[in-house]
Design a protein around this ligand. Structure first.
Ligand code: FES
Ligand SMILES: [Fe+2]
Length: 442
């Protein structure tokens, strides 16, 4: 899809709400096992999933495992550099083969010891002469799964005849074309468990209406006013929201330079005092400074970024469960996935992806300063709100806390549908696309 077409879809004079059907967002969607089954049968088994980063499996034979509900997929790097994905289930009698997220080499089943090669072919069995038709080695293969790559991510699809990945993602790859996603470094790779349905995050990241109440501290750097925010919806169910990186007029002292806007200006050689009484002029000044000083500070990637990408917040919700937020520092990847059996629980992934910066040894992330190198995987128990020490001040914890409370409210007889503002139209749009899958329109 080209730029003009995107503009045509998203910037018409008709309000977004007129393009919605008005499907109800009922509470049972968040807790009923029957609804979770519909999601599995008609949606999860047909959309593309992220298994990992290509950098997870650099060498021949390296593999990454992605578990999704009770399903599991293992993706291997092949000798020719390509990748192949297989269901992580032994063809003998079904035992799971790979148990760790990352590993390497052939898979030896822990039950009867069958050995599977990195191309999914059976290589060794006990008593090969005891099989009708002779030794199954070299003939039997693991069931293969469709796999493809974009943005340095490994994607797979459980549908035997899936829609091509780039077609499914359109126009997301085009919107990220400036950012060289393939070469970004994942400096945070973290999962939490959350006592809420997975859709809380799709809903939450599809609106900025909650910012003044849930994240009031962001007002000194993020203009969340819907009149200044660009909202876009695309045919495939993906959405985008762009907030300008500048103090909000709803901040307590909107024209004054407050913390941490002062530090953001100072970091790029601007004197915060120069912006007293006109704090929002700092946005364009910051764009100019980053453009000018970027190369000498090792930020070579800024050369291909647009001016707005040097200051603003580009939130993309990829249907159904991924959010990628582009900022001047990199890309935040957020994802929820349903619990294997309980629709009232999910996992929440946070990956912080940053460009390489000459000479930089660490970078700022949502969880504090982190070394500028590929991170190890961390699982952090959160559940219904256990404290996470390095995230106490983080907006993510604020969002997760609300999700747990909202999950309770969905059970009330008093809740029958969301009553949405215009700027939350993308929340209803998300549920309508989900219904399109479930009801056979996609
Ligand atoms: S189930 Fe894998 S070898 Fe028997
Ligand atoms: Fe939030």
């Amino acid at each position: 899809m080209g730029k003009d077409e995107i503009a045509g879809i998203n910037t018409g004079t008709r309000p977004i709400s007129e393009r919605l059907r008005g499907d109800r967002i009922t509470g049972d969607r968040y807790y009923a096992p029957e609804f979770a089954k519909l999601e599995w049968d008609h949606m999860w088994t047909r959309v593309w999933h992220v298994a990992g980063r290509l950098s997870d499996i650099p060498e021949t034979g390296d593999y990454v495992v992605h578990n999704f509900r009770r399903e599991s997929v293992v993706v291997f790097r092949q000798a020719d550099g390509s990748i192949r994905a297989f269901y992580n289930s032994c063809k003998h009698r079904g035992n799971r083969l790979a148990w760790s997220t990352l590993g390497g080499g052939e898979l030896v089943c822990s039950y009867h010891g069958w050995r599977w090669g990195i191309d999914g072919t059976l290589e060794q069995v006990q008593d090969p002469d005891d099989f009708e038709g002779g030794d199954p080695c070299g003939k039997l293969k693991l069931s293969e799964v469709a796999v493809d790559t974009w943005g340095g991510f490994i994607w797979y699809n459980m549908d035997p005849n899936p829609r091509p990945l780039l077609d499914f993602l359109d126009p997301i790859p085009w919107l990220f074309r400036n950012r060289d996603m393939e070469n970004m470094v994942r400096v945070v790779w973290r999962t939490f468990d959350v006592d809420a349905n997975w859709k809380f995050s799709s809903d939450n990241f599809n609106e900025s209406y909650h910012l003044p109440t849930v994240h009031p501290e962001l007002a000194t750097t993020t203009d969340e006013d819907y009149k200044n925010t660009i909202f876009e919806m695309y045919p495939n169910g993906h959405n985008r929201m762009i907030e300008q990186g500048q103090p909000s007029m709803r901040a307590p002292h909107p024209n004054e330079v407050e913390q941490p806007w002062d530090m953001m200006l100072a970091q790029w050689g601007l004197d915060p005092k120069d912006f007293a009484g006109r704090s929002r002029d700092g946005r364009l000044a910051l764009q100019e400074q980053r453009r000018k000083l970027g190369p000498q500070k090792g930020y070579h990637h800024y050369a291909s970024w647009s001016d707005d990408e040097l200051t603003d917040y580009f939130h993309h919700t990829l249907f159904p469960n991924v959010t990628m937020t582009g900022t001047a520092d990199g890309v935040h990847f957020f994802r929820t996935e349903p619990h294997p059996t309980d629709p009232e629980k999910c996992t929440f992934d946070y990956w912080c992806l940053v460009p390489k910066i000459d000479g930089a040894e660490e970078v700022a992330t949502i969880v504090g300063m982190r070394p500028l190198r590929e991170a190890d995987y961390e699982f952090i128990p959160y559940g219904s709100g256990q404290p996470i020490p390095d995230m106490m001040e983080s907006f993510l914890i604020q969002d997760l806390g609300v999700a747990v409370g909202q999950q309770n409210g969905f059970h009330s007889r008093g809740y029958t549908d969301a009553f949405l503002s215009g700027q939350e139209s993308r929340v209803r749009r998300f549920h309508e696309v989900l219904n399109d899958y479930i009801e056979g329109r996609r």
